[in-house]
Design a protein. Structure first.
Length: 108
């Protein structure tokens, strides 16, 4: 390795440690914070509205795989404040999906 060469290790906890050839270890706070913010963005929830031919509306709520189901359920309660019916739920490698319908939701 050259004098300015550095190798970095990114841990699952988003802490980045770099060691240069002199053996000094530095915490790169800016990179760790950026990695943490990126991981938060991938853990967000999204809601897709599905309009059925009969005029009713269903929703698919997608949550990051690293989040608990409670985050999906919380979003479902926001989308359907008067309650909802769970049609299906599925957990994949990179996200969870909650398919719901609100009893009072209709397309106008």
């Amino acid at each position: 390795m050259g004098q300015n060469d550095t190798f970095c290790l990114v841990a699952a906890s988003t802490i980045v440690l770099c060691r240069n050839e002199h053996g000094k270890i530095k915490m790169l706070i800016k990179i760790a914070v950026a990695a943490f913010l990126i991981s938060l963005m991938t853990g967000c929830t999204t809601t897709q509205e599905i309009r059925r031919p009969d005029g009713k509306v269903d929703y698919v709520i997608a949550c990051g795989a690293s989040l608990g189901w409670d985050i999906c359920y919380h979003k479902a309660n926001q989308v359907c404040p008067e309650g909802y019916t769970t049609k299906s739920q599925d957990a994949g490698f990179n996200r969870k999906e909650l398919f719901i319908s609100c009893p009072s939701a209709t397309h106008k």
